[in-house]
Ligand binder design. Sequence first.
Ligand SMILES: NC(=O)c1ccc[n+]([C@@H]2O[C@H](COP(=O)([O-])OP(=O)(O)OC[C@H]3O[C@@H](n4cnc5c(N)ncnc54)[C@H](OP(=O)(O)O)[C@@H]3O)[C@@H](O)[C@H]2O)c1
Length: 260
Amino acid sequence: MLLKDKVSIVTAASRGIGAGVASVLAREGSSLVIASRDFAKLEKLAKELETRHGVSVIPVKADITKREDVRRIVDTAVRNFGRVDVLAYNTGPPKPGTFMELSEEDWDYGVRLLLMSAVWITRDVLPYMIERRQGRLIYITSSTLKQPIPTLTLSNVIRISLAGLVKTLAYQLGPYNILVNGIMQGYVDTERVREVAAARAQREGRSVEDVIREIEKEIPLGRLAKPEEIGELVAFLASDKASYITGSLILIDGGRTLCV
Ligand SMILES: NC(=O)c1ccc[n+]([C@@H]2O[C@H](COP(=O)([O-])OP(=O)(O)OC[C@H]3O[C@@H](n4cnc5c(N)ncnc54)[C@H](OP(=O)(O)O)[C@@H]3O)[C@@H](O)[C@H]2O)c1
């Protein structure tokens, strides 16, 4: 097991990529705090993971756009486990839309969802990592950092600052043996992607499977990723095997993004 006896936090974990990451970290032996807004879903996932993998999993109801909720996530981890070894930061998806379609309120929410939540949880978790001179910060972002998607304005504009955060923290935290990396995933087969495909299918009078097939044609590996495949990368970066990787933004997209 890569993460035996480690303590990890996974945010936005009730479904999709976050749930996939949580399940791989649990399989690798990590105790977990999982957080999102839907407590019933989190509780169900926590019980499943505890039963399947014999680790301790604590659900925390938290909206990561709210400062006090973010504080509660780290407090819960420290109160129950005494430390945090790994932060696997994931968020909900931002509102799609072109620049002119978005309101100032959308921007405000987008900045809290995709940037301030990362700043807040990093501030909260760092003192515990610095004190122990070890830690892994892993920011799950998007391949839009590398290749913007024209109608995902909030994602394209705000997430790029996470690249700056990863690089800056890697520099500043290296002396404390805290390794900082980002993950840029492409299409992952989640409820969210299926919902977006369904909306497009309805607009264009096609089937959802037809829309998904079209997306898959742009991917050299010919399929979407499974959420657990993102989890495998997070587990590796969180493990002792990744002891010399920091300040990196790693693309995991089945080969879709071809720019270097
Ligand atoms: N799937 C893809 O192909 C893909 C590709 C690139 C990037 N991404 C990005 O990766 C992230 C996860 O995507 P996904 O496909 O897994 O999405 P998803 O299936 O919609 O899951 C989103 C998760 O975020 C949580 N969440 C949403 N808003 C939240 C908030 N304010 N506070 C706390 N938790 C919140 C949701 O839980 P609750 O409802 O319980 O709060 C849920 O667990 C998103 O940022 C997405 O834009 C996805």
